[in-house]
Design a protein around this ligand. Structure first.
Ligand SMILES: *Cc1c(COP(=O)(O)O)cnc(C)c1O
Length: 511
């Protein structure tokens, strides 16, 4: 996304006169916890045999490491505040229950059903924040249960106040989400957003809260920007600091600054593979090398009379600074106006810092398994660039592109082959199980460590955040994947259906 076209063309691999025929691998980053699950190939086969393909696996215990890594950043910066898990990144109840057992963790719910899920998993109301636009039922249950309501608009403030007044509910703790921040002097303005109150309406928002003082208790302000751009977030954070100062000057007691999510994940093991892939893609789009994608798809790049145009519409899958590291970098960044580190400004003002990571908290927390149905073509060797399309290897899987929405989210990485077949990398296109030309698991030709056989499994690792169930549908009556939680029993991995997971199991056995 941030890669410049000139960068794509300048990279060294594009300049070589000798064609580079090595397979264009994008090796996923596999942490030890994921590796130890992949090592249990007999168990994984049994699970898919018993529960069907595709199968989603979640690893609740991997959450602990991620929560702790965020807390370590808080400690380094001597900041206080809550880590709210953005529930929408995965529908698993096991993950939510596991997090509920951590008394300090919170949860961010964006629908009535997510709020019900959080309450029934055991989250106390003070650990729940409701975000996004809300309907009346959602507002009512939020007010009744006493969670924090992060208001998405001025009208929502009024509607919540009306619901509370009409039913004589207790005063609600609220935050206001802002968007469209402008910075002092610099012309950088955050993009237009359908969410939040435009920051220019700060005074109006505070007036609205004052007007409903009997129903609404403002405890903080927030933003969530759907970007990984640090400068934009620095502007927003400084804006929210100013908003809290404004509340104080008006006699308010708001003390929390919630900076939303968007800390990102590093999906790839090797930055050089990513660089090489993207520069070769530019070459392919310009017709200077064999296509690397189905029907020459350019992922946003195009060839206009020999010139590269467009922009790369892919998630920057190799991101060495992501998740907690990204939070640290943001806190170390200078506020664009005051020129002091944002973390220092937060500390000096004694405001709490709240965050709502979704994707980043789910790093290495799950994988999707799919059975191989058919392997076609490509028998006579691998990387010959003169190959016609017929001789490409096609691997048809018992899952579809909605079951593992990597392509939809622009994340490119190779699946892991679980097979007894002899090793030796091959390039292949992955086809889904829908009768639809467009049902490719990814339009990128992937690299597999070996040629799989029908009945083997492919594992799409690190897919708990958004990929495994956000878009899944029952098109063609294909089943939606069952979900299984794997946890450390007394002796290696144990498993249960997602809905049967309660975090008492594993602790009891380990003790
Ligand atoms: C989606 C969302 C998040 C989580 O975003 P990630 O990119 O997954 O970290 C946090 N807060 C709000 C309000 C959201 O809508």
């Amino acid at each position: 996304m941030s890669t410049l076209l000139t960068d794509l063309l300048k990279r060294p691999s594009g300049e070589s006169l000798v064609p580079d025929l090595r397979p264009l691998q994008l090796t996923p980053k596999i942490d030890p916890i994921t590796q130890s699950v992949l090592a249990e190939d007999a168990v994984l086969r049994q699970l898919v045999d018993g529960l069907g393909s595709p199968l989603n696996i979640v690893l609740p215990e991997a959450l602990d490491t991620n929560v702790e890594a965020f807390r370590a950043v808080y400690r380094q910066h001597r900041l206080r505040g809550r880590v709210y898990f953005a529930h929408k990144a995965n529908r698993s109840v096991a993950l939510v229950r596991h997090l509920a057992a951590d008394a300090e963790a919170g949860i961010d719910v964006a629908s009535l059903a997510e709020l019900q899920a959080a309450l029934s998993a055991g989250f106390a109301p003070e650990r729940i924040v409701a975000t996004g636009p809300k309907n009346r039922e959602f507002l009512w249950l939020a007010a009744l249960s006493g969670i924090i309501v992060n208001a998405d608009s001025l009208d929502e403030l009024s509607e919540l106040a009306a619901v509370i007044a009409a039913r004589r509910l207790p005063r609600a703790r609220i935050m206001v989400r802002f968007s469209e921040f402008a910075s002092h002097g610099v012309q950088l303005v955050s993009r237009r957003s359908r969410f939040g109150v435009p920051f220019a309406q700060l005074a109006e928002a505070l007036d609205r809260v004052d007007k409903h003082a009997n129903q609404l208790d403002l405890v903080g302000v927030s933003y969530h920007l759907d970007t990984i751009g640090l400068p934009e977030k620095a502007v927003a954070l400084e804006g929210c600091l100013a908003a809290l100062d404004a509340c104080r000057r008006r006699g308010g007691t708001a003390w929390s600054l919630d900076i939303g999510g968007g800390f990102g994940v590093n999906y790839l093991a090797d930055g050089r593979e990513w660089e090489r892939y993207t520069s070769e893609l530019a070459q392919a789009v310009l017709g200077r090398r064999a296509p690397m994608t189905w029907n020459g798809h350019g992922y946003g790049l195009r060839n206009e009379a020999g010139t590269l145009r467009g922009s790369l519409g892919l998630y920057p899958a190799y991101r060495p600074i992501s998740g907690p590291g990204y939070l640290d970098q943001l806190l170390r960044a200078a506020a664009p106006g005051q020129r002091r580190p944002l973390g220092t400004l937060l500390l000096d003002s004694m405001y709490d810092l709240d965050i709502e990571p979704g994707r980043a908290l789910l790093d290495q927390c799950g994988l999707v398994l799919a059975r191989v149905l058919e392997v076609r073509g490509g028998e006579d060797g691998g990387a010959n660039p003169d190959h016609g399309d017929q001789r490409e290897t096609l691997v048809r899987l018992d899952l579809n592109a909605r079951d593992i929405s990597l392509e939809e989210h622009g994340v490119l990485m190779d699946p892991v082959v679980i097979s007894a077949a002899p090793p030796g990398p091959i390039e292949a296109y992955l086809l889904g199980n829908l009768c639809l030309e467009s049902d490719l698991i990814t339009r990128r030709k992937v690299v597999l460590s070996r040629r799989p056989r029908p009945g083997d499994l492919l594992a799409f690792v690190n897919t708990a955040g958004y990929f495994m169930d956000f878009s899944a549908t029952r098109a063609l009556h294909q089943p939606i994947a069952r979900k299984v939680a794997l946890f450390q029993g007394g002796d290696g991995w144990s498993w249960c259906l997602d809905e049967h997971y309660w975090p008492v199991h594993e602790r009891a056995e380990a003790a």
